[in-house]
Design a binder for this molecule. Structure first.
Ligand SMILES: NC(=O)C1=CN([C@@H]2O[C@H](COP(=O)(O)OP(=O)(O)OC[C@H]3O[C@@H](n4cnc5c(N)ncnc54)[C@H](O)[C@@H]3O)[C@@H](O)[C@H]2O)C=CC1
Ligand SMILES: Nc1nc(=O)c2c([nH]1)NC[C@@H]1CN(c3ccc(C(=O)N[C@@H](CCC(=O)O)C(=O)O)cc3)CN21
Length: 293
């Protein structure tokens, strides 16, 4: 099913995100994770592609399993900054033969490795270049990323919203936000894009804190603010992983309840391949979810 249509049938779409296992670990490790995540009964599961500049293999393979064996709708991430037109065409074909109907079309993180072998000249510069090509294929539902606090590389939030509008004009049909820890910033962003004439369904990206190093790494990658209330939790519990996990789950639950009370169209949980945490979080909003089914 097209994710665009899922948004039309559900008041609040609940989705999960996983990343492919590292190259040197067997692909089966992700199936153990999925075996558990399926109990959440998510509306779709997305699979990252080269997240943080990492391996790109296996995204389609895993998205295909989710769709064809777990019978859960899947969303395959695709990034273009280091790709050639030919590679992107091949990705479309691979997705098509695997019955994948939804693509999250992004530019991708710029690899930090100075020796990284980019196509010369670059064949894609921005996500909008890729979105245009996915749209031309005609048969995929297209998602795009958006940034409540502005993208880390962008010089102004106004420009960021302008570029987001471009992505919508090129064919994006739903949006997933970068992670954030302050809901008020998300609400402000929703007003800003509304004023810009963007009225697509937006899923709020939520990351439960699992450990301190991870949060430092990811907030740097994401460029998101750490509100005082969240900073206190990090300071207080950083040396006790179990306590930090507990506090992180409670924080995510509180964020989600507030977002759902506000009327958010979707919650996208960055599971970081930790199914227990995801299950506890979504298990805690069971009745709220039913109410907004
Ligand atoms: N690999 C994955 O699975 C995931 C990756 N991401 C990351 O999100 C980030 C960016 O991806 P997108 O949002 O798709 O990129 P994008 O192309 O929309 O934006 C990237 C930057 O370029 C600017 N920009 C966009 N269009 C422009 C234009 N026409 N002219 C000048 N500047 C323009 C934006 O303001 C922003 O600063 C990357 O860091 C990506 O990797 C996010 C979620 C998952
Ligand atoms: N700029 C940016 N790039 C992304 O890839 C990205 C975002 N933002 N925002 C939302 C999510 C978060 N994502 C991430 C972020 C970090 C890892 C990561 O660090 N992966 C490690 C494995 C970590 C582990 O095993 O626990 C890796 O080495 O791949 C993966 C996905 C993907 N997404």
């Amino acid at each position: 099913m097209k994710i665009k249509d899922i948004f039309e049938t559900k008041k609040t779409v609940i989705s999960l995100e996983v990343f492919p296992p590292k190259i040197d670990s067997p692909v089966e490790t992700i199936f153990k994770t999925l075996d558990q995540l399926k109990d959440i009964n998510p509306d779709f599961i997305s699979v990252t592609y080269g997240a943080g500049g990492k391996a790109k293999d296996r995204t389609v393979e895993i998205a295909s399993k989710i769709k064809n064996e777990y019978h859960i709708e899947s969303l395959a991430h695709l990034t273009c900054i280091s790709a050639t037109k030919k590679q992107i065409k091949e990705s479309f074909e691979e997705m098509r033969v695997n019955n994948i109907e939804n693509i999250l079309a992004m530019r991708g993180d710029i690899p930090e490795d100075p020796d990284f072998d980019f196509p010369n000249p670059l064949q894609y510069e921005h996500a909008s270049d890729l979105i245009k090509e996915v749209k031309a294929e005609g048969d995929f539902s297209i998602g795009a990323a958006c940034y409540p606090e502005g993208h880390v590389d962008c010089e102004s939030k106004v420009k960021d919203v302008k570029y987001l509008k471009q992505k919508v004009e090129m064919g994006a049909e739903f949006l997933i936000t970068q992670l954030f820890f302050d809901n008020e910033l998300f609400y402000r962003f929703m007003d800003e894009i509304d004023l810009a004439g963007i009225n697509l369904p937006v899923s709020a990206g939520i990351l439960p804190v699992l450990n301190k190093n991870q949060i430092i790494r990811i907030t740097k990658l994401a460029g998101c603010a750490i509100p005082p209330k969240f900073q206190r939790i990090l300071n207080r519990y950083e040396d006790n992983p179990e306590a930090l996990k507990e506090a992180g789950e409670a924080y995510a639950i509180e964020q989600i309840i507030d977002l759902m009370a506000w009327g958010v169209r979707g919650i996208h949980l960055y599971t970081m391949n930790k199914p227990d945490t995801a299950k506890r979080i979504i298990g805690n909003i069971e009745n709220i979810r039913k109410l907004q089914g």
